[in-house]
Design a protein. Structure first.
Length: 367
């Protein structure tokens, strides 16, 4: 693959009225100047418009993509969690948005496949923070102080998190067995008495067949900065609403560089496809029970794209411990590390014992 001839431009857009930086406003879906209030629509012309293009997977793995599909960005790398976020020339030291670790900026570069699409933020930061506060309030065993700290703490960070999507056409041949249940009666001795019971049996018959499925937009997280259980918990994402990538959507936000390489992302997507194919095979076998002996899958027309999904992120250090919360920037769904309050748990245990003793007292007196 040829080396790119230029580095990627920073995602900064000057205000026509005062020259300050514009930011993307999720509420109005336009660029807004916080300094003078000027607004500017997002440019619908340029190289990022049109349909979202799928890229050939094999060309991507063999590093045969055109220079137009590759970009080079300067990044900040966190020494604790390894997160890579785009470099801001005005920032010389900050906390990592993923784990609240102090980070010194790094002028290194990250050469990667360009995003092809993204979901723009829909929720403003105050709405996301309220969602976190409400979520913490619903956790009875969470410390009250953490909810108060989150409510009064600094603003959440808007991060575009990288994902891969994969499309593939699959055709599978299988062999296995279909099970049909039937029942037999038998006499057994229980408690010294004869009793007739029904025993289920299964009659198996060899079967074979074919199934086919086209997979569209199998989603794979391309970040290692957050536990996957949190990001999985933010689903579903409305991928049908993906917009062609435009740098204006990133104005005022950060974008994380992918840490899961393309081939590793495909391996995860393929594991998901195999699970779905086995489900299809069991459905095709039918009967009351199924056994799968072999599945041979031919996969073709594999394509991919790199996309960015919007996440509001907070990393709070409370009493020496870091708690991380993520909010789906479209739906407001919250996931995060669940803190526990020792005194609340103690109170719950004491109340449980009191109720149990009370119930025992009532039963004893009623006999």
């Amino acid at each position: 693959m040829d080396e790119p001839t230029s580095v990627a431009a920073e995602h900064r857009f000057p205000c026509d009225a005062c020259g300050s930086d514009l930011r993307f406003d999720p509420g109005d879906h336009q660029l807004t100047c916080d300094h003078c209030g000027n607004t500017q629509p997002i440019d619908n012309d340029g190289p990022w418009t049109g349909a979202i293009k799928e890229l050939d997977f094999r060309r991507g793995v063999d590093q045969q993509l055109s220079d137009a599909e590759i970009e080079e960005t300067r990044v900040v790398s966190c020494p604790n969690c390894g997160a890579q976020t785009e470099f801001d020339s005005d920032l010389h030291a900050a906390e990592c948005p993923f784990c609240a670790t102090p980070v010194v900026t790094d002028t290194g570069t990250h050469r990667h496949i360009k995003p092809r699409g993204l979901l723009p933020f829909e929720l403003e930061e105050p709405v996301a923070r309220d969602a976190v506060t409400a979520w913490l309030g619903s956790l009875w065993f969470a410390p009250n102080g953490l909810a108060d700290y989150a409510r009064k703490g600094r603003k959440m960070n808007g991060i575009y998190v990288p994902y891969w999507t994969f499309d593939a056409d699959t055709k599978s041949q299988y062999t296995g067995q279909r099970g049909k249940h039937y029942y037999q009666t038998k006499t057994v001795m229980r408690d010294g008495k004869r009793k007739t019971i029904r025993v289920r049996k299964t009659r198996w018959r060899n079967v074979s067949g074919r199934v086919a499925r086209f997979f569209d937009d199998v989603l794979v997280l391309a970040s290692k900065s957050l536990p996957k259980k949190y990001t999985d918990g933010l689903e579903p994402w409305d991928l049908s609403a993906l917009e062609p990538y435009k740098p204006e959507y990133l104005a005022g936000f950060r974008a994380e560089g992918y840490q899961v390489e393309l081939v590793d992302g495909y391996d995860e997507a393929r594991a998901y496809m195999d699970r779905m194919i086995r489900r299809d095979v069991k459905y095709d076998i039918g009967g009351d029970d199924q056994r799968i002996s072999t599945v041979n899958t031919q996969i073709s027309d594999v394509t991919f794209k790199h996309i960015l999904l919007p996440v509001w992120l907070a990393a709070y250090k409370y009493r020496g411990q870091t708690y991380r919360f993520v909010v789906n920037g479209r739906t407001g769904r919250v996931q995060g590390e669940r803190p526990y309050s020792a005194w609340k748990i103690a109170i719950a245990v004491i109340l449980g014992l009191i109720l149990a003793l009370g119930a025992g007292f009532v039963i004893a007196n009623s006999q």
